[in-house]
Structure formats: C-alpha cells, structure tokens
Design a protein around this ligand. Structure first.
Ligand SMILES: CC(C)(COP(=O)(O)OP(=O)(O)OC[C@H]1O[C@@H](n2cnc3c(N)ncnc32)[C@H](O)[C@@H]1OP(=O)(O)O)[C@@H](O)C(=O)NCCC(=O)NCCS
Length: 175
C-alpha cells in the first residue's frame, strides 16, 4: 500500500466516494454530485496551504488505481482548533485491512516528520469498522458527541491520539 498526495486529477475519486449511498451511510448520506467540485476545491486548498494532508491509497495489487483516501486536516470543534483524521475505502477494496494499514502509515509519517501532535477522529457510534481502526491504531476513546458534518448532525465516538506520547499500536495490534 502506498500513500500519494491528491492532485486536481482526483476529482472523480471524490465523486465516486462521496456520492455513494453505501460509502456515505455513516456520514449523513451521499452528497449531491453538483456539490463535489466545491468540496474537492476546499480539500485541495488544505493540500495547497499545508493545512491538511490528503492522501489517496494505492493498493499493492493495483498500484495505479486509488482504493480510497486518508486525511488529517486543521478543523475547529467546540470553538477550539483541532486536527481531525478521516478515511474511506471503496467497497471493492474493503475488508482487506487497507484502511487499518493506511491509518497506521499516516500516523507513522506524522510521528517521523513531527507534524500533527494531537489528532482526533469522530467515527459514527455504529461504524464498527472505523471504531476498530481507531482502537487498533492506538487512539483513546474519550466520549460520545454530536458532530456537525457538512450540515448533518451525527452521533459519533470521539477518539484522540497524542503522537508525541501514545506509542504506535498501543491498543491491541493484531487483535
Ligand atoms: C470504514 C472503512 C474505511 C473500513 O475500511 P476497510 O479497509 O474495510 O477496513 P479494514 O479492512 O482495515 O478493517 C478494519 C477493522 O474493521 C473490521 N470491519 C471491517 N468491516 C466491518 C464491518 N462491516 N463491521 C464490523 N467490523 C468491520 C475489520 O474486521 C477490521 O478489524 P480487525 O482488524 O480487528 O479484524 C470502510 O468501510 C469505509 O470506507 N466506509 C465508508 C466511509 C466511512 O465510514 N469512513 C469512516 C469515517 S470516520
């Protein structure tokens, strides 16, 4: 698996992921296709200004075909600046450990480069796979909360990892 920073060529990947009702089931439902260029423009702004890392995930078995994305970006939550992390894997690539690997690789890169000290993640409370990914990557579960995601209110688990002190895979790697 390889992580590659997205470019302007990746708009179709964003449309595939964010207009799919299954992919977006835990994220308030699919976005209308006409909203994707603006969403993608905002995402590219994070990349271009350095306020975000946005990677596409290239699987070993098909290295030129993106299987999904993993991102960390500066965000505001309850009036405080935070760093938030999120991930998506296309249905055809799910269930092979790809999201787990991509999340761990992104956190390892952040540690190695001294970027993104404290990182938060907010998977939906019913998103079993994403909550498992957080636990295995060494995030700690703080509590449940309501999160406004693109105008939709979601019931989420609030996970947090401090990359300066929490060891990698501290919470059950291999379980
Ligand atoms: C969540 C998502 C990224 C998982 O991708 P994936 O590559 O299939 O995940 P992995 O294969 O690394 O599996 C992660 C863990 O979840 C478990 N898992 C996978 N699918 C699951 C499911 N439907 N129900 C319960 N557990 C599941 C796996 O068994 C694995 O745990 P394990 O290592 O202890 O066995 C993918 O389903 C997705 O993109 N969903 C839609 C978008 C989304 O919800 N993103 C998260 C926003 S925070």
């Amino acid at each position: 698996m390889e992580l590659r920073t997205i470019t302007t060529e990746d708009l179709p990947l964003w449309e595939t992921m964010q207009c799919d009702p299954i992919m977006m089931a835990e994220l308030g439902g699919p976005h209308p296709k006409e909203k994707i260029p603006q969403i993608f423009h905002n995402t590219m702004e994070y990349v271009n200004t350095g306020r975000g890392w946005v990677f596409k995930i290239m699987p070993d078995e098909d290295p030129e075909r993106a299987a999904g994305s993993v991102c960390i970006w500066e965000h505001s939550w309850q009036g405080e600046p935070i760093n938030e992390m999120g991930w998506m894997i296309l249905p055809g690539f799910q269930g092979r450990g790809l999201a787990s690997k991509a999340v761990r690789a992104t956190l390892d890169k952040a540690r190695a480069e001294g970027r993104w000290d404290v990182v938060h993640a907010f998977p939906g409370v019913t998103n079993a796979a994403s909550n498992a990914i957080c636990r295995k990557a060494g995030f700690s579960l703080l509590d449940e909360c309501e999160l406004d995601y693109a105008g939709r209110l979601l019931r989420c688990n609030h996970w947090r990892i401090d990359l300066r002190s929490d060891p990698p895979d501290s919470a059950g790697e291999g379980t």
